[in-house]
Design a protein around this ligand. Sequence first.
Ligand code: BTN
Length: 233
Amino acid sequence: MRIELLEQVDSTNEYIKRHLAKEENVIVCAEEQTSGRGTKGRSFLSGRGGVYLSALTFYDDMPAANAFQIMAHAAVSVCRTAEKFGASPEIKWANDVLVNGRKLAGILIENGLSGGRVHHSIVGIGLNVRNDISALDGIAVSLSEVLPQAPTVEEARNALIENYLRPSTFFEYLSYVKFLGRPVRIVEGEREYDGIARRILEDGRLEIEERGRLRTLSSGEIRLKLSDLKLSE
Ligand code: BTN
């Protein structure tokens, strides 16, 4: 896999899109982004001190139904990296990585679909290492806030790349999921209700028990609030 390091870019995901025509797998990292992109059209704080990585992968035969594997693998790569330096990450379904209940990384996945298959994916990961995230007080966390000896950006970037390039399994993903069996609040459009998170299916859907009845929900349909964690979205 070719790895490209940039000083500054608008967004590593966007940079990759401009190079998509080459049909070559690549990882692009930047020291900073001037227009970092988050999910749901939000922006992503991308100052120096963080790792901003996007990986472009082309697939020969990946059914769209398996696309959750891409998301799960991205979250596992971040968890492995956080653990390597001594932090204790957990995954909040579907792919938020939390440390002490706050978000350590943002993950933005943009898949190119064609005929029921994933043709390519762009996995964008923003990992908070030593960057200033004070504007996101209480929501985000950086490695330097939770570790007495935080890695340098370069160390964190190298570890993230290495961990991303090593395959993962669904069981490894589940090993970082700690909220199953616990009460959760489900936000479905205008409706909010309480339930118990029961299990995550291999396709990424979440099984919730609501007043004794099981429902299977996909991450596109609902938002989860974990009552005993600080993060509310
Ligand atoms: C989110 O939490 O909303 C997702 C944020 C994803 C941020 C990463 S940083 C690298 C890549 N480039 C971007 O512009 N966004 C993703």
